[in-house]
Design a protein around this ligand. Sequence first.
Ligand SMILES: Nc1ncnc2c1ncn2[C@@H]1O[C@H](COP(=O)(O)OP(=O)(O)O)[C@@H](O)[C@H]1O
Ligand SMILES: [Mg+2]
Length: 368
Amino acid sequence: MYIKYLQLINYRNYKELSIELSKNVNVFIGDNAQGKTNILESIYYSSIGKSHRTIRDKELISWQEESAYIKLYVKKERLDKKIEIKVFKEGKKGININSIKINKISELLGVLNVVMFSPEDLKIVKESPSFRRKFLDIELCKLSKAYYYNLVQYNKILNERNMIIKHKNESLINMLDIYDEQLSSYGAAIVRDRKAYIKNLNSKGKLIHKEITSGKEDISFSYCSSINFRECNKGEFLDAITSNREKDIEKRTTSLGPHRDDFIIKINDIDARSFGSQGQQRTSVLTIKFASLEIIKEIAGEYPVLLLDDVLSELDSKRQRYILNSINNIQTIITCTGFNDIKNYLKKDDSKIFTVSNGNCMEKNYTL
Ligand SMILES: Nc1ncnc2c1ncn2[C@@H]1O[C@H](COP(=O)(O)OP(=O)(O)O)[C@@H](O)[C@H]1O
Ligand SMILES: [Mg+2]
């Protein structure tokens, strides 16, 4: 799939933007704070209904304005799609797909798939488990409406369970059996899907990582569950949280379940998070991102759009070459501060370059 056209009205620092994109490589060049990431953010937002930078939608609306509007034409192998999103100051948003209003975010998922790679993604490797869980949840939500549904239900029940435990509300404590039953059913389904994803990430990631490191490094990914599963079923989940209930009440929180899980990244059998060099950690993120592209292609049947935000200049020539050789059939949207960063990427006939300055974006003719 690829994005043919993007329009923004009153979105961040764009009063109006209207651009046709190349189905191959698109580059946005500009100094800092001109609006490059804002463009990628609007595309990311159109794919999952959330920004990668903020949980407050109203930040997307240009200051002084009442609403922001995004329109995208997406070319797909089967049916083309038009996505329109309007975000209002009070926090509401309206989404139309092919001019028909949708009522649930789940209907948006999968219409436009993107993989974003930005310097922030180093956190997936370096920081706390919550960043890795977030990565897994986002990838799985793109691929499976069932996963999205299970996750929403799980989080809802988890919050309610935690409230009961926290306030030690006697009359409600009796209801924990019902809560635990439901939590187990959604929780086990989530862990099963995550384990399957990690298994796939492991097999695809190994090949990619070997290629990037010329066979020098072996990467592995393994899911690390807070519950000791054998079959990963509801019964095991329920046994685990039931026997842990007293402890949970003492600690005033639910201490087992997918909200406490993690996955471990190892390079040559050594934990990349604690012992990897900066370079190894960066390469691991590159591997994760390219493996997730392949997983989307395998499951959804089409490559997603790849968004590279300010990452090229941080990579050495070998890693840059890997990217360049891997994006042949993938629409890629790149931001950078100078032409030199991306010269190498412009081999294709119909690459497009745009310059971005203070919320204005202009297509630029170039000669290689
Ligand atoms: N809601 C908003 N309304 C108007 N301008 C905004 C809004 N949010 C951010 N900006 C402006 O957008 C610019 C940052 O854009 P960004 O895309 O992050 O820059 P970069 O080109 O460095 O990627 C800053 O100048 C900031 O002031
Ligand atoms: Mg930026």
